[in-house]
Ligand binder design. Sequence first.
Ligand SMILES: *Cc1c(COP(=O)(O)O)cnc(C)c1O
Length: 220
Amino acid sequence: MSEAPARLVQIRAVIARAETDAGRAPGSVALVAVSKTFEAPDIEPVLAAGQRIFGENRVQEAQRKWPALRERWPDVELHLIGPLQSNKAREAVALFDAIHTVDRPSLAAALAREIARQGRAPRLLVQVNTGEEAQKAGVAPQDADAFLAACRGEHGLPVAGLMCIPPVDQAPGPHFALLAEIARRNGLSMLSMGMSADFETAIELGATHVRVGSAIFGHR
Ligand SMILES: *Cc1c(COP(=O)(O)O)cnc(C)c1O
């Protein structure tokens, strides 16, 4: 039997406690259950347990897995949390309800085109590379304001928020605080930050969406 539903209940309890501890309203933090690498038999028990927001990091994998699941659970909300190539913008706009990884002008332009063409607008978040790591996607913190202005101006894209993945070898708090500050000064309300190991810290620092995978589904 799947242990995921029990883990889900625990994670929800920890989120609720973290909200209270931070003086935040109950239910102000959305849980994105990260189901990447897991197949339908592992995801179904989590859907049956009431979870409705899921995160995937690859367009093709999500296209393969989710249409059939959505027939049974039509109110599912699907978030893309992995890097997106501009040539997959069409599929991504068609499939996802939120895209957390907008990070360059060519992608912003491709998304704007597809949103206009399809008449479907996923919520968009700009990924910020808060640790300025060479191998990591995202705009550099010092370029974030200009990129956000270009998304909103030049590309006419309504950006909803920001996302970050702190460096694995550093305390996450300062990265979450930096992301929250960039969001504040740009008037953005959605903050996607915090994973299995650090979502409580993220909630303390203002996360509205935490992306939790292994703590629910187990090791990948
Ligand atoms: C895989 C992944 C997660 C979930 O990570 P866990 O440590 O398993 O909770 C969150 N965010 C992104 C961007 C990911 O790729």
